[in-house]
Design a protein around this ligand. Structure first.
Ligand code: ADP
Ligand code: MG
Ligand code: ZN
Length: 480
């Protein structure tokens, strides 16, 4: 196959809203989904004479993220004003960190198909969100509920070469920030936003091509789509001997293409200036040590522990760790029932199927972790068998009643009565004389089939241990 003439280079900029109770510089609640403009005040509306007051919870969360991303932390906490004109920017400037980004030169390790890849992080900094245009009946207004919500911006160098790599990084970053409690990272609600910078260069070259920045991407799939589209668009320009103009474009999800927003010539001169109302202050090393000491177990660490200490398969470990609600559910079940592999199996197969069917997540699963642990205990003790356990899980899921209560209520106890069991066994041996003959001639593999038939005859109620025992005895009698 001919080598592609161009190589793709991608750098990513991610903004996430920090999970604070209030905004970055005032006491307005930082919440999503309220009526437009119910959460605003003179400070976040930028009225003259007001002063910003720094939310320490935002600083704490930003430091937590910067440390978990292995960044060098700035010696000073300082802010700058970035000036530009926009309807959604009431002050005429955004408070951000330009001279002293909170963190720089970090990295995040990500698991790409079982291999750990280290992605460098160029910088992490704190800034404030702007308002946003919303449609109210037939007119567009600006909603300032979002203005002043603290944002963390995370920037990588241009290190990715495929959309798949970019996506793997974004997923890992999202998961990490969720584990840290730094942000809920909901792309669809705008609490995580991704911008991709893309350029092409001749295969094998060290030079950097002219980049285009793609904004307004509403999903990880969109990131992959925008990169693929830009690869094609830029390659066809270069192929025709034309330059790729540096510009900002936006992703049009409906048309699956990028469209120009503004060119480099229109790029604003931001006139950065130190924010005079938020005096710079040193960041104490003790503060950093304390935050470091309180970092939770991170996704990759947890994944490794599930494999090495709990004996899960790499696949199962990754699946559980990748879903925060599932991971929390799993941990909770494990604190009541110790067999991790068994728990993982139930969660990833039977419970998952039920949740998928009902369109629910592990976070709002009608069967509580404690109830599931009880169910597993009942199966393990042989009070009910596996088949019945699964049936009960479905029933518990549908009714919200605990499996233990269901067992009691329906007297769904396993059949342990030897006489009853022998009756079923004799019946099976009669019906399957040919199989019995095979067994007698040494094909003992058919034993499992016979056990299955007895279980079937009992509608799943027979105690499988006893069936095993009694069936062996019966076959021995038959053979003699
Ligand atoms: P700044 O915005 O501070 O001027 P850059 O424009 O260098 O910084 O970087 C902004 C983003 O663009 C970063 O994510 C970076 O990785 C990315 N980037 C820079 N140069 C290129 C390039 N030639 N191709 C693709 N992405 C790039
Ligand atoms: Mg930026
Ligand atoms: Zn406010």
């Amino acid at each position: 196959m001919m080598q592609k003439p161009w190589e793709t280079v991608i750098g990513l900029e991610v903004h996430v809203q920090l999970a604070t109770d209030t905004k970055a510089f005032c006491d307005c609640p930082a919440v999503f989904g309220a009526e437009p403009n119910v959460h605003s005040c003179p400070i976040c509306l930028g009225q003259a004479g007001t002063l910003p007051k720094l939310n320490q919870q935002a600083v704490e969360l930003a430091l937590r993220a910067a440390l978990a991303l292995n960044c060098q932390i700035a010696p000073t906490l300082a802010f700058d004003r970035k000036h530009y004109e926009a309807r959604d920017l009431p002050k005429g400037y955004q408070i951000t960190q330009w001279r002293y980004p909170l963190g720089k030169d970090g990295y995040i390790d990500i698991d790409v198909e079982g291999k750990i890849q280290r992605i460098p992080i160029r910088q992490v900094h704190l800034e404030e969100d702007a308002g946003r245009a919303v449609q109210v009946v037939d007119r567009e207004i600006i909603d300032f509920n979002r203005a002043g919500i603290p944002l963390l911006e995370v920037v990588t160098p241009p290190v990715f070469t495929t959309g798949a790599e970019a996506r793997a990084y974004l997923e890992a970053l999202q998961l990490l920030l969720r584990y840290l409690g730094v942000s809920d990272c909901r792309i669809e609600e705008g609490s995580m936003r991704c911008e991709a910078n893309i350029s092409l260069r001749p295969q094998g070259s060290d030079a950097m091509g002219e980049l285009c920045e793609i904004k307004n991407i509403g999903s990880f799939r969109g990131v992959v789509g925008a990169i693929a589209y830009e690869e094609r668009r830029q390659a066809s320009l270069l192929q025709a001997g034309q330059p790729v103009p540096r510009e900002t474009r936006r992703w049009d999800e409906a048309r699956q293409e990028t469209v120009p927003m503004r060119s480099k010539e229109q790029a604003a001169d931001y006139q950065y200036r130190p924010e005079p109302d938020l005096p710079a202050q040193p960041i104490a090393p003790e503060r950093l040590e304390k935050i470091k000491g309180n970092l939770p177990e991170l996704p990759l660490e947890r994944q490794a522990r599930y494999i090495s200490q709990l004996g899960l398969s790499p696949q199962a470990a990754k699946e559980i760790v990748s879903d925060l609600a599932l991971a929390a559910y799993f941990e909770e079940v494990l604190s009541h029932y110790r067999s991790a592999v068994e728990v993982a199996n139930w969660l990833l197969t039977d419970l998952r199927a039920l949740l998928n069917q009902a369109g629910r997540s592990y976070a709002d699963c009608p069967v509580s972790p404690v109830a599931l642990a009880e169910l597993l205990e009942l199966v393990q003790q042989g009070v009910i068998n596996q088949t019945m356990g699964k049936e009960l899980l479905g029933e518990s899921f549908a009714t919200g009643q605990s499996p233990a209560a269901l067992v009691k209520a329906r007297q769904l106890q396993q059949v342990n009565d030897p006489e009853k069991l022998k009756g079923w066994i004799d019946e099976v041996l009669r019906q399957h004389a040919a199989v019995v003959a095979e067994y007698q001639s040494g094909k003992t593999k058919v034993f499992g089939f016979l056990v299955g038939q007895v279980m079937r005859l009992s509608a799943g109620a027979a105690n499988p241990h006893l069936v095993n025992q009694l069936l062996r005895q019966a076959l021995a009698r038959h053979g003699s």
